[in-house]
Design a protein around this ligand. Structure first.
Ligand code: SF4
Length: 364
């Protein structure tokens, strides 16, 4: 009679030889600073590891401790987060650091207290406890869901099957080895999901779990996990205005504290509406009037909708009325000091290029 080797044993044996070297990780068998775990896990929500690495390093360089992060201004934190997207994470991270300082400066080591902190959900709490405090929690993210659905050949579709996958994933660390090394086990699962059991072309032939994986045995690995068909994303339309003064500075404003790209700096812009709007309407909404020049269109895909923004440059006969938001004139050289989203930087670049082309056209 054959006895199946526990999943955890297979997973940890593989990890001991193939783990990824990442700046927030400690050496095998040692426990990393929980602050590093918290910071990296919040950055990794919805973002690839390769994108996160330089941001993590920059944050640790500027805010070596959680206390430093809590004492920094929100503007500085937001500016450093620029380009990483999902900006509510930066605000929550900053609030989270301040809350932790208020309760004594130590990141909590129990699930409930962690979940009470801003920006920390089930997954992040489990990751902090397993990696940062070596407690036997299984953190279930998209990678772990995929590995689990394949290991057990679960053919029901996401998102309905999420609770079943989470319950099954939590059985993977049954076994003494995983209980002895919860942090390594959690990271081992992440690494297998990210580097072996990939969404497309899973590398079953070199996978430590191939001998026990039902999807591999049934040759259906790449079909899992199944997903319910997504409804088409709606499109929204807007107009943004690049306004330059005589010193060639551009006008920026802060977006509202709630909603998409909350708290980031933007070009004066109309609301994003279901229907396309006229330039006159945009001028009325922003309170910015002037002589305009068209500067093309930018398309940007958000998680829940596609945005199409028409750009205009206002340079002459500027007039501002009923300013609801505070205006800041910014030298383009200093743009990186402000929390501008990737979308806004893309717009500014396109509008500036358009101005330069226009200047060139005038000269030639
Ligand atoms: S054998 Fe293939 S499908 Fe199964 S866990 Fe490994 S990589 Fe994924």
């Amino acid at each position: 009679m054959s006895t199946q080797i526990p999943y955890a044993t297979l997973i940890l044996r593989w990890y001991d030889h193939h783990q990824r070297i990442l700046p927030w990780r400690a050496k095998t068998g040692t426990i990393p600073d929980p602050y590093h775990v918290l910071l990296s896990e919040i950055m990794l929500q919805q973002t690839q590891v390769a994108t996160v690495i330089p941001y993590f390093n920059k944050f640790i360089e500027n805010f070596p401790t959680l206390n430093d992060l809590a004492e920094a201004s929100l503007e500085k934190v937001m500016a450093m987060w620029t380009g990483l997207g999902y900006y509510s994470r930066a605000r929550n991270l900053h609030r989270c650091a301040q809350e932790v300082v208020k309760i004594g400066g130590i990141i909590p080591s129990n699930f409930k207290e962690l979940k009470d902190l801003p920006g920390i959900g089930d997954y992040t709490a489990a990751a902090i406890l397993s990696i940062g405090y070596n407690q036997p929690f299984v953190a279930v993210d998209g990678n772990v869901e995929r590995v689990t659905s394949r290991l057990f050949a679960i053919e029901d579709s996401l998102p309905k099957v999420k609770p079943q996958l989470a319950a099954l994933a939590k059985t993977l660390n049954e076994g003494q080895e995983a209980q002895d090394r919860p942090g390594d086990f959690a990271q081992a699962l992440f690494d297998i999901g990210a580097t072996i059991c990939k969404p497309k072309n899973p590398l079953c032939l070199i996978c430590p779990l191939s001998s026990v994986c039902k999807a591999h045995q049934q040759n259906i690995a790449e079909l899992l996990p199944k997903r319910e068909k997504k409804t088409a994303k709606p499109t929204k339309y807007g107009i943004s205005l690049l306004i330059k003064n005589d010193q060639e500075n551009i006008l920026l404003r802060k977006r509202p504290e709630k909603g998409v790209l909350a708290g980031t700096m933007e070009l004066p812009s109309s609301f994003w509406a279901e229907q396309s709007i006229s330039l006159e309407q945009a001028m009325q909404e922003t309170g910015c009037f002037g002589q305009y020049q068209e500067a093309g269109e930018i398309k940007h895909v958000f998680t829940h909708f596609t945005l199409k923004v028409r750009l205009y440059i206002l340079t002459k006969k500027l007039q501002f009325i009923e300013q609801k938001q505070e205006n800041i004139w910014v030298d383009l050289e200093d743009l990186d000091l402000y929390p501008c989203s990737t979308l806004m930087k893309k717009m500014i670049k396109q509008a500036i290029n358009e101005t330069s082309n226009d200047e060139r056209r005038k000269i030639s």
